[in-house]
Ligand binder design. Structure first.
Ligand code: UD1
Ligand code: CA
Length: 455
């Protein structure tokens, strides 16, 4: 089988987005539309991916640091046929070429596989769709015997052709050698004065190259984005698909319309996800994990039975089994919580390794710290890990107990089963089983005269 080269058209301006950003960089599910298409091309095992760029070319390239993408600059947008021609010099003659669009982000690899498998030296494959309202699209013209003979653009169509409801998605696959012979022959004598890629269909028909047709599973796959309303429609469709997948894999969603997946989420059995959870990056939720309402969870692994309560933010953390997090907790990158840990409200952790059964229940900051097992960190405890230049480590031994409102001035360590009295500012190490009290002794002054209001 000859190699597959994918050409992604992304040179258009997208003026209806009313944006300073090139259209193809607008995101669906947190990822630029163009990147969805490039990822799909990769999933097809493309030997080459060719991005045709023009408007905002530099911005598009900068936002797409992909070593496997070859860029072709289309300085003037003279039409889709002209656009594909810009990529052809970099494509070997014996390749199959698949044309995709940077603003048609949700096309599925399965559908394209079906399409591409129909391409040979003597056949071209076209993805079409039948629409109730075909307005604006190129119409698929078929002969009496049903064979496709041409595509006619809306603006060039006769009243009779305008009644055709089968339309061109724009996506097609064809042999590179054929394309290389046909594209130079395209003219622009049409209503838009453009070099239409779609004119190759009539050329194929004239050269007895068979035109095979495939259809996507749903219209959303081939829906393009011209404005932000259409962008939002695709976003919702995508999110509904994600929600369905999660449910079929064993998660209960409080409301499938109120969950957002902007990355890869893997769920075990009996996961529960309350409303307005947002997932980003790679997230793994083991069996029985429960996510409260309004949580944001990014690049995290949560062990089985762990519960995340309302409005917690987790980023770059791994959590063991049966932990309790939140409400209103913030786990920052490098947080590793062992089994049965508890992180309560208004607690922030960063680069913190917390041993099994340890608790940080209220109003604390624990950064650059290693906690043993069964440590109890009292309310309002702060690791002073930063002197304005460097970061330092705090170590709390197994079973140690840190009284409320303690400042642990790093580098500092507290030994196993040691106790720190509430309100201490700990600047020296505390050995195992010691009590450290580092605050001024309380004085009580008798018969204290309270100040009086001066008249
Ligand atoms: C095109 C098809 C039409 C199809 C429709 C599906 C042609 C002539 N027509 O029409 O049959 O029904 O798509 O949406 O192909 N682009 C470039 N450079 C150019 C021109 C376009 O990169 O010089 C890119 C655009 O950025 C856009 C895509 O190609 O992403 C399609 O171009 P557009 O002008 O929107 O084509 P349509 O008129 O929609
Ligand atoms: Ca279009």
């Amino acid at each position: 089988m000859s190699s597959l080269h994918v050409v992604v058209l992304a040179a258009g301006q997208g003026s209806r987005m009313k944006s300073l950003q090139p259209k193809v960089l607008h995101a669906v599910a947190g990822k630029p539309m163009l990147h969805h298409v490039i990822d799909t091309a990769r999933a097809l095992g493309a030997a080459g991916i060719h991005g045709v760029i023009g408007h905002g070319a530099e911005q598009v390239q900068q936002a797409t640091p992909a070593a496997d993408v070859t860029w072709a600059l289309q300085e003037q947008q003279l039409g889709t046929g002209h656009a594909v021609a810009q990529a052809l010099p970099a494509i070997p003659d014996d390749a199959r070429v698949l044309v995709l669009y940077g603003d048609v982000p949700l096309i599925k690899a399965d559908t394209l596989q079906r399409l591409v498998s129909q391409v040979s030296d003597h056949s071209l494959a076209l993805l079409t769709v039948t629409l109730d309202n075909p307005d604006g699209y190129g119409r698929i013209v078929r002969a009496e015997d049903g064979a496709v003979v041409a595509i006619v653009e809306q603006k060039d169509a006769s009243p009779e052709q305008l009644r055709i409801t089968e339309v061109n998605t724009g996506i097609l696959a064809v042999n590179a050698r054929l394309l290389k012979s046909w594209l130079p022959q395209l003219g622009n004598n049409n209503a838009q004065g453009e070099y239409y890629l779609t004119d190759v269909i009539a050329m194929a028909a004239a050269h007895e190259v068979a035109i095979q047709v495939a259809q996507p599973d749903t219209g959303f796959e081939v829906q393009g984005v011209n404005n932000r309303v259409q962008l939002a429609e695709l976003e919702r469709w995508y999110q509904r698909q994600q929600a369905q997948r999660l449910m079929l894999e064993g998660a209960t969603l409080a409301d499938p319309e109120r969950v957002d997946v902007r990355g890869q989420v893997t769920v075990g059995a009996d996961v529960y996800i309350d409303v307005n959870a947002v997932f980003e990056g790679e997230v793994t939720l083991a069996d029985g994990v429960s996510i409260g309402p309004g949580c944001v969870i990014r690049n995290a692994r949560l062990g089985s039975g762990t519960r995340v309560h309302a409005h917690s933010v987790i980023d770059g953390a791994s959590v063991g089994r049966d932990a309790q997090i939140g409400p209103f907790a913030r786990l920052r990158p490098g947080t590793q919580l062992a089994d049965r840990t508890k992180i309560g409200n208004f607690v922030e952790t960063k680069q913190a390794v917390v041993g099994a059964g340890s608790k940080i229940n209220h109003l604390s900051y624990v950064g650059d710290a290693t906690l043993g097992t069964e440590v109890n960190v009292g309310a309002g405890t702060i690791t002073c890990n930063y002197d304005g230049v460097n970061k330092y480590q705090t170590r709390l031994g197994d079973g140690s107990f840190i009284g409320s409102n303690t400042a642990l001035v790093a580098p500092v360590s507290v030994g196993e089963r040691a106790v720190v009295g509430a309100g201490s500012t700990v600047t020296r190490d505390v050995e195992a089983e010691e009590l450290a009290v580092a605050r001024s002794r309380q004085r009580n002054i008798q018969h204290w005269q309270r100040p009086e209001k001066q008249s």
